[in-house]
Design a protein around this ligand. Sequence first.
Ligand code: TYD
Length: 137
Amino acid sequence: MNTTLSEVKIINLPKIEDPRGNLSFIEEEKHIPFKIERTYWIYDVPGGQVRGGHAFKNQLEFIVALSGSFDVVIDDGVNKQIYSLNRSYYGLYIPAGLWRQMQNFSTNSLAMVLSSTEFSEADYIREYPDFLNYKGL
Ligand code: TYD
């Protein structure tokens, strides 16, 4: 799996501005490039904690900071890039085959993750040396 950082991208979502409050939405295969099989969210993260240090073999993801802010560190085994997510009208598309970690969560932040697959432990690569091996590095 030779996915590189260049395939990761911020995707802007529709934003319907209204004096009563703004509205954004996501339609599968239209605003994001996959069908949504699962949605999960990460919340109540204590200060300084790090989540999601792992890679997926098949799962595609789209991460939105619905509230607050956090950083997503993406690593293709050679290079790393940090994306700061802090608005609910855009998100980060992450293809399979990349190591990703979430950190620097603000108080009361809410991370929504849309996934292209059902939960499968077998899809995880949890050890960094195994990830480098998987990438042939
Ligand atoms: P995990 O993805 O390993 O999060 P992190 O890398 O931040 O620790 O998920 C934590 C636990 O939750 C793990 O035991 C698997 C379980 N889990 C599910 O059962 N279903 C899910 O959809 C997700 C994302 C996790």
